[in-house]
Design a protein around this ligand. Structure first.
Ligand SMILES: [Zn+2]
Length: 334
């Protein structure tokens, strides 16, 4: 093969003689080397791409794990918030129950101590809570953006609980003080009533009311009469009750033995001092069972009927003295 190279008109043309193998091999070698270069580049890029792909997959997996972890954590936190929210409801319920108890205490105080101030109690009437009672309302779905709501509500709940506790912290000691005052007041009233009842009982016990002998027949009444010994008119300061020597004589009421003695006119005689300046006198006794200072109850045996002193026969002279003045015994003994 001949290769002819033509240049400017003044310059001669050149001519190259090329052998057949050169014409075949030179282009063949060139094509081969270019192909080799292309193939090698492709192999390399494929390798790089696959490496990048692997990296990317690893990163995305990592990312996926992270996201799923975060989701789990959020779910856990949501769960915790719900639990806390339940606890908040429970706490509110318990505080309301306590408030209810305080209210009952107020009622109690008002019942036993009506004088205690009732002005401030009315406004603190607690809202009652019944979780099992009737409920209703529109259903509103919770969207993702609202997932923070429970946390906010929880904060409100705890603030409310805080306020309730603050209020109770102030009101409970006050209520307890009032309860204590009411108790003291009531106790004082009770003591006063008991004392009064005891005084009344004592005065009833002390007041002579029992007929002093078994025999109920009178031989002489209270007041002015003809004296049984000298026949002249005289004042009889008691009553004479018939009987036989040795008949039991009883205390007409509870009291203290003032005198148990013997005198020429009265014979053996006993004076019992009762409550309210009252005395009972028992005269002409045959025997005496008591001594001065002895305490006796109503109906106690104090002596025996007799005929001692200025007497015409066995009888009991019974006399009641009120503030040192003899009074009709029949006004007292039945
Ligand atoms: Zn008499």
């Amino acid at each position: 093969m001949t290769l002819l190279l033509l240049r400017d008109a003044q310059r001669p043309a050149r001519q190259f003689q090329l052998s057949r193998p050169v014409i075949i091999w030179v282009p063949a070698l060139a094509i081969l080397s270019i192909s080799t270069l292309v193939v090698s580049l492709q192999v390399r890029s494929a390798h790089v791409i696959s490496k990048l792909e692997t990296n990317l997959a690893a990163q995305s997996l990592q990312l996926e794990i992270t996201v799923s972890d975060k989701e789990k954590a959020i779910a856990l936190l949501e769960n915790e918030v719900m639990k806390l929210s339940d606890q908040a409801v429970d706490m509110k319920e318990r505080i309301q129950r306590m408030s209810e108890l305080e209210h009952q205490l107020e009622e109690f105080i008002r019942k036993y101590d009506p004088d205690s101030s009732t002005k401030e109690t009315g406004k603190n009437t607690p809202i009652s809570w019944d979780g099992s009672g009737s409920k209703g309302g529109q259903w509103i779905a919770v969207h993702d953006q609202q997932k923070l709501m429970p946390g906010r509500e929880l904060k409100d709940d705890f603030e409310e609980i805080q306020e309730m506790l603050d209020a109770m912290e102030k009101s409970v000691p006050r209520t307890l003080n009032r309860a204590e005052d009411a108790r003291k007041n009531w106790e004082q009233q009770r003591q006063a009533r008991l004392l009064q009842a005891r005084r009344l009982e004592l005065s009833r016990e002390g007041k002579p009311s029992l007929w002093p002998t078994a025999e109920r027949r009178l031989t002489s009444s209270f007041g002015y009469r003809r004296d049984p010994l000298n026949g002249s008119s005289a004042y009889h300061a008691g009553i004479d009750i018939a009987g036989r020597i040795g008949d039991p004589v009883y205390a007409a009421g509870a009291g203290t033995i003032k005198t148990a003695d013997q005198m020429s006119e009265r014979g053996k005689y006993i004076i019992i001092e009762h409550q309210n300046g009252l005395q009972t006198w028992y005269m002409h006794l045959n025997g005496m069972n008591v001594s001065p200072g002895d305490q006796v109850d109503k109906g106690d045996l104090i002596g025996q009927l007799g005929n001692t002193g200025r007497s015409t026969g066995p009888h009991l002279h019974f006399q009641v003295v009120k503030q040192n003045i003899p009074v009709d015994p029949l006004l007292y003994v039945q």
